[in-house]
Design a protein around this ligand. Structure first.
Ligand code: KG4
Ligand code: ZN
Length: 352
């Protein structure tokens, strides 16, 4: 069986073909990085327009790289939400049109379920259930219980910013290119993570919820109370800088602040992932989403999780892609759980 996956929930237009043996026959991701970079964040209207431009060639490339025709597919899977409504609509409309033309069944997939399946798919049966999933990206910081029957249960989530969003806002504040997350991660090893004391968030109510707005405000206060205007301007003036150029343009106190910020985010993520894993007697921990690329998080996780096996997707499957959407569709295909052609985009679709 072959499934074509289509993903357009945010700022990547992606298509992939997977087979039922768990092989990725193709996975194409067209990033819109160039379109949004100069605005320091994703501009929803621009994103929809770029998806419209890219969707046909990206799907065509995915099919031709896989060496399959539409007629060889068993189903077409598409992200139904959560995400930007105009972006989701491009993928959903195109997937519906392909289904209408070919008679293939349509499978709507939740984007977050896709992120979880990026790991389940790569580990091929190695994940023991129940698993604790931490989905951490530019839009999500969510903890789920994942039982074997995939009847997810939400255990905690961010009450304000997502972790990736906090990274990107701090990056923007300091004049780093968009998105700031990967730059802060790669510069952190050059700073002293204990130099700036950021306090960990205390949560009233559900102790498994996250909050990053206090940390973001503390980073803003640090910027306001340090003489960093000239270095920020210097970094903003760089065009497509390399890591070395950015490092050269970043004095030690700022590197120390970035390392301290990163250490605090990682501590927050792992602290709650571990408490929730213990609460549900998890037999494995899955960490997925764009922030799962973070080198500091990958390094710190194994020691923090009290012996529970912890799994990350390979970097290409951490950030948004369509292979994870096709992977999440296979269990639905086996159950013949198809979506009607009236499937709607849902910006706030939840899995639990
Ligand atoms: O999953 P993703 O591609 O899109 C969303 O669904 O949001 O995640 C993108 C997010 C951005 O906020 C980006 O800054 C963050 O993931 N990110 C990172 C790293 N790589 C990507 N954050 C911290 N460290 C990284 N290495
Ligand atoms: Zn995502």
């Amino acid at each position: 069986m072959l499934v074509l996956g289509i993903e357009t929930s945010c700022d990547e237009t992606a298509a992939a073909v997977l087979d039922s043996d768990g092989r990725t026959l193709s996975s194409i991701v067209a990033s819109q990085f160039f379109a949004h970079g100069k605005y320091g964040g994703v501009v929803p209207d621009l994103a929809s327009r770029e998806h419209l431009r890219a969707i046909v060639p990206v799907v065509r490339d995915a099919l031709s790289e896989a060496g399959v025709s539409l007629a060889a597919l068993s189903a077409i899977a598409v992200t139904a939400g959560p995400g930007l409504i105009g972006s989701l609509l491009v993928g959903i409309t195109y997937a519906k049109a392909l289904c209408l033309a070919t008679g293939l069944p349509l499978i709507g997939v939740n984007h977050i379920e896709g992120h979880i399946h990026a790991v389940l798919f790569e580990q091929k049966g190695k994940i023991e259930f129940p698993a604790l999933a931490l989905v951490v990206s530019g839009g999500h910081t969510h903890l789920y219980k994942v039982p074997e029957n995939l009847d997810y249960k939400l255990l905690g989530k961010t009450r304000d910013d997502a972790a990736g969003e906090a990274y990107d806002k701090v990056g923007k504040l300091l004049g780093f290119p968009y998105p700031g997350g990967p730059f802060i991660d790669r510069l952190s090893p050059f700073g002293n993570p204990d130099a700036v004391k950021f306090t960990l968030a205390k949560m009233k109510g559900n102790a498994l919820d996250f909050s990053f707005s206090g940390l973001k405000t503390a980073a803003l206060r640090w910027v306001e109370s340090h003489d960093v205007a000239a270095e920020i301007d210097a970094r903003r003036a760089l065009v497509n800088p390399s890591l070395e150029e950015l490092r050269a343009a970043t004095p030690q106190p700022t590197l120390d602040m970035l390392a301290s910020f990163q250490k605090t985010v990682i501590a927050e993520l792992l602290r709650r992932a571990v408490s929730s894993a213990e609460q549900i007697d998890a037999r494995s921990i899955v960490i997925s989403g764009g922030v799962a690329c973070n080198a500091g998080l990958r390094l710190a996780a194994p020691a923090a999780v009290h012996g529970i096996p912890v799994y990350f997707p390979s970097p290409g499957l951490s950030t948004d892609n369509a292979a994870m959407i096709a992977a999440a569709a296979f269990p639905k295909l086996l159950r013949r759980e198809f979506s009607p052609l009236s499937l709607q985009a849902d910006a706030n679709l939840s899995i639990a």
